[in-house]
Write a protein that binds this ligand. Sequence first.
Ligand SMILES: [Zn+2]
Ligand SMILES: [Zn+2]
Ligand SMILES: [Zn+2]
Length: 117
Amino acid sequence: MRYVQKNRRIYDFSLCKLCGAAGFMTGTCAISTCMACETPQCQSNGGGNGRCSVCYVGLLPGWSGNAKACRYKGCDARAVAVDGKWPVCAEHLEKRRPGYVAAQLANRDKQWICIAA
Ligand SMILES: [Zn+2]
Ligand SMILES: [Zn+2]
Ligand SMILES: [Zn+2]
C-alpha cells in the first residue's frame, strides 16, 4: 500500500508504472515510509534531497544521509525531518511548526490516493 499523486503522469518510458518515475531505477519503486508524516510512498519521491513529497520536510528511509540525530541541544532523539537546515525529531518538529504535519496530511487526502500496490 502506498500513496501516489492523483495527477501523476505515466508514460511508456516510465519505469515505475505506479508513480511514473523514470530513469534511475528499474521496475516498481520500493516503498519508503516518511518518518515525519508516516505516508508510505515511492522511494523515488526523495530524488534530490531524500525528503517526503507529501510533507516536504520528512526524511525518507533508504536515502543516504537520512540517519541523523535531532540538532536540539540535549535531545538525542532520531531526526524525522529537516526543517530549514536543521534535522529535528518529531517532538521538535511539532514545536517549531505546530500543526504542520497534520495540515500536510489533510492536503494529502485531496491530492494523493492510496493504492494497494
Ligand atoms: Zn514509483
Ligand atoms: Zn512526509
Ligand atoms: Zn529533538
